[in-house]
Design a protein around this ligand. Structure first.
Ligand SMILES: Nc1nc2c(ncn2[C@@H]2O[C@H](COP(=O)(O)OP(=O)(O)OP(=O)(O)O)[C@@H](O)[C@H]2O)c(=O)[nH]1
Ligand SMILES: [Mg+2]
Length: 801
């Protein structure tokens, strides 16, 4: 669980969008305001200019008005002056007034006026000059004392020019006034536009603000929904996980328990909320029983796994083994907001682990210890025997005739018998002893500190208990026995493997001696090593039966002179696969099989497997339906031993087999060695007659090795004589062998038998055999054995050679 996983950060895009839009809005707004203000400002200053020039115009015109009025009034005073002094005095004032008048006219000329006022101004300047000129003329007349012309001039001209001047000045004022009014109107309009611009900016800002506010509301709502969703998800997760989860605040007080934690702690979130963690979540060291701080190491030492085995103690004091981890809950900035503790119940896992440990050392069927554990304990006992001089005993038990129970009532019955016998045997043993199931119907017992005589007594007690026991299954009652091998364990004992093998060998010895007995190991008595290797082969043979690891091979037997129309045939051979998958030839396992009475089983397997094979071949057309011109067809021969000859049920077995798998007559041939036949002559003759009645042929194998009289051949219904390879091999060089082969061939022919030369290993031998008239040849030169069913072109090649 990723305890430090940060929450999903809010998406930054919306933040940026918000900042950007607000920024843009402010920018636009500021620009609009600035523009509006500038426009207002410019129109304002324009208005100021206009009013300035207006007032200056008015001032200038007024000055002209005034000075003109003074000039006219001074001229009138000159008229009225009574004395020349008075006139001179008034004239002086007249001069000063004229100066002022001229300045006013100059000001008027320099006055900046609009185009509309310019004509009026120029008219006024001209009228002023005219009025001044007429006035000057009048004054000059008066100064000369010519009052009458002056008066006349005054009345005729001066009145006119003065009137004219006044009129032009009025017009100038009017023109000025209308220009000013126009400028004010333009400035007003500009101001209005400025205000309009600011107003529009404000409106835009309002609208944009509203849009942005909407956007913000939506973003915030979406973020809240996201957060809510995440919260729900976290809650659902915490509710549904199988671990207990506790969260605390920064001060270590419980904040939340998920339902699993509530169940295991016996606290509800409500009750636990605000309680110190240690009060709600109590853990103790499993071994010492001491309480431990669940947050040992603090927030920064977030423990992945607790170092010791711990138990959780719930509110009612009940305990449960757990594993837990804790980690700080950190904010984005790294500050610790609290802790999270996660724990889970490990009782099931532990039980499973214990179960596995138990299974690894015990037998599931009987509950006894298994071979592995038994060997371990055996090694320990051997050690104590060596180091402490103690003496113990090892028993190896194999039930007698256990198979019968399996075969009659099935495996379940066999299993039940094994269980019941286990209980029975346990009653005969001390607590310190070990009883184990070593496999199948084999048991082992370790009798600790037990001398041999005492061990023999225990073994016999076991044996008798088992023999007397009656096993009832449904309506049947069984009794079984047990054969026991006993090996003392003392300072001389080698290792577990060795003593177990010895015990096994003793057990087999007990079996061989008639079962239901105890065989004590006495090293001086027998050659146990030879038996041991036999036993290994025997166990391999049993394994081969169980795992189907026998294989059939066939070797081609070639007619030496094809022109005589004799059909080719094959000898069938058996091989066994060992543990490593190597093929073992019959010589590698048949002697042991013979010693341990397994020959008949192997031979029955070979015969029935061959018959099944031939049946399939027959059905599939692998064996031609038609016989050759002589009414013959190829056949397969198979070896049988004295054991099968003496096995009374062998003919019945074969009859059943041949009835089940109908085969044409003559397809099956049995080979018996000459020695076997002679040593079991009556039985062999009986069997041959019986099997010939079922359509089988017979061959006498290894003929010549017995070196007995040929006379008995008259009593045996033999079809083929197989001349022993030992004579064929050297017949080219050894005249004696040559003579034997020749005479056997002749006698065979005389008795109506066909002859087969074994072990043909070269072309010279083959051509010599041909010359002699031997019928068949077999050997590595002709063909090597091949797996039954494998197609081979070799024999055809040799045939046509
Ligand atoms: N029911 C049962 N049978 C088993 C089990 N394991 C092995 N067997 C059978 O036990 C038999 C043991 O073989 P043997 O000991 O050779 O048979 P037996 O009849 O006791 O022969 P002897 O020991 O020679 O007297 C074999 O037939 C196995 O198939 C098992 O777990 N349950
Ligand atoms: Mg047995």
């Amino acid at each position: 669980m990723a305890l430090n996983r940060p929450m999903n950060p809010p998406k930054p895009r919306s933040q940026y969008l918000l900042v950007f839009s607000f920024g843009l809005l402010l920018l636009v707004l500021t620009a609009l305001m600035a523009l509006g203000m500038t426009r207002i400002e410019s129109f304002n200053s324009r208005l100021n200019e206009v009013t300035d020039s207006q007032s200056r115009n008015i001032g200038t015109v007024s000055e002209l008005f005034l000075s003109n009025g003074q000039r006219v009034s001074i001229i009138d005073r000159i008229f009225a002056a009574a004395t020349p002094e008075e006139r001179a005095d008034v004239h002086a004032r007249y001069r000063r007034t004229i100066e002022i008048y001229n300045r006013a006219v100059t000001s008027l000329r320099e006055l900046p006026v609009s185009a509309a006022s310019r004509a009026a101004r120029d008219d006024a300047i001209r009228a002023a000059a005219l009025a001044r000129g007429v006035g000057e003329e009048i004054v000059q007349l008066l100064l000369k004392g010519q009052v009458a012309p002056a008066s006349e001039l005054n009345l005729t001209q001066a009145v006119l020019t003065d009137g004219r001047l006044q009129e032009t000045l009025y017009r100038l004022l009017e023109a000025n006034h209308s220009a000013t009014a126009q400028a004010v109107a333009v400035a007003n309009q500009g101001m209005r536009n400025g205000f309009l611009l600011i107003g529009a900016g404000g409106l835009f800002a309002l609208l944009a603000g509203a849009v942005i506010a909407l956007l913000v509301i939506r973003v915030v709502a979406a973020t809240e929904a996201n957060l809510e969703h995440e919260k729900e998800l976290a809650e659902v997760t915490l509710h549904s996980i199988v671990d207990g989860v506790i969260t605390t605040d920064a001060s270590g007080r419980v904040d939340y328990l998920n339902p699993v934690a509530e169940r295991y702690l016996g606290w509800s979130t409500q009750d636990a909320h605000g309680k110190p963690l240690a009060e709600v979540y109590r853990v103790i060291d499993e071994r010492s029983g001491n309480g431990i701080d669940p947050l040992a190491g603090g927030a920064d030492a977030a423990a992945e796994d607790e170092p010791v085995s711990v138990r959780l103690v719930d509110r009612k004091g009940r305990e449960c083994p757990i594993r837990y981890s804790h980690a700080p809950i950190r904010g984005r900035d790294g500050t610790v907001h609290g802790m999270i503790v996660v724990f889970h119940d490990v009782s099931q896992v532990r039980a499973m682990a214990q179960q596995l440990i138990w299974q690894a050392s015990h037998d599931a069927l009987t509950g006894l210890v298994n071979r592995r554990e038994f060997e371990r304990r055996l090694s320990e006992l051997i050690d104590t025997a060596k180091t402490q001089g103690k003496e113990h005993a090892l028993l190896y038990l194999d039930l007698d005739n256990f198979k019968a129970v399996n075969d009659t009532c099935g495996h379940a019955a066999g299993d039940e018998l094994l269980r019941q016998l286990t209980s029975l045997m346990q009653t005969k043993m001390r607590g310190s002893d070990t009883l184990a199931r070593l496999g199948g119907d084999e048991f082992g017992a370790l009798l600790e500190s037990c001398l041999t005589e005492q061990a023999v007594r225990v073994a016999n007690a076991l044996r008798e208990t088992i023999r007397e026991f009656r096993f009832v299954w449904q309506d049947k009652t069984f009794s079984v026995g047990v054969s026991i091998g006993l090996v003392p364990l003392n300072a001389e004992s080698r290792d577990a493997n060795n003593v177990l093998t010895l015990a096994d060998v003793c057990c087999y010895e007990a079996k061989n001696r008639g079962r239901d007995r105890v065989q004590v190991y006495r090293p001086q008595d027998r050659d146990y090593t030879g038996r041991h290797s036999d036993l290994q082969v025997v166990s391999q043979i049993n394994r081969a039966f169980e795992l189907g690891q026998f294989r059939l091979y066939r070797q081609f037997i070639m007619p030496v002179n094809p022109a005589r129309g004799m059909p080719p045939h094959h000898e069938v051979l058996v091989r066994m696969l060992d543990r490593a998958g190597n093929l073992i030839p019959p010589t590698g396992f048949m002697p042991a099989a013979e010693r341990y009475n397994l020959l008949t089983s192997i031979e029955r397997w070979v015969v029935s497997t061959l018959v099944e094979y031939l049946h399939r071949q027959w059905l599939s057309g692998g064996i031609p339906r038609e016989t050759d011109a002589h009414g013959e067809r190829g056949f397969y021969s198979v070896n049988i031993s004295g054991a099968s000859i003496n096995d009374k049920s062998f003919p019945d077995f074969l009859r059943n087999l041949l009835t089940r798998y109908e085969l044409p007559h003559g397809l099956l041939c049995f080979e018996i060695t000459e020695t076997t036949a002679i040593s079991n002559l009556t039985k062999a003759a009986e069997l041959m007659h019986e099997l010939k009645g079922m359509g089988c042929r017979f061959a006498l194998d290894d003929f010549g090795t017995g070196m007995s009289s040929f006379a008995y051949l008259k009593y045996l219904p033999v079809d083929y004589l197989k001349i022993a390879g030992m004579f064929i091999k050297d017949m080219e060089t050894d005249p004696m062998d040559h003579a034997i082969v020749d005479s056997v061939n002749r006698i065979g022919h005389i008795l109506g038998m066909q002859t087969v030369a074994e072990s043909v290993e070269d072309a010279a031998t083959l051509s010599r055999l041909k010359e002699m008239g031997v019928d068949y040849a077999q050997g590595y030169f002709i063909s090597e054995p091949e797996a039954l069913g494998a197609e081979s072109g070799h024999e055809r090649a040799v045939l046509s050679a």
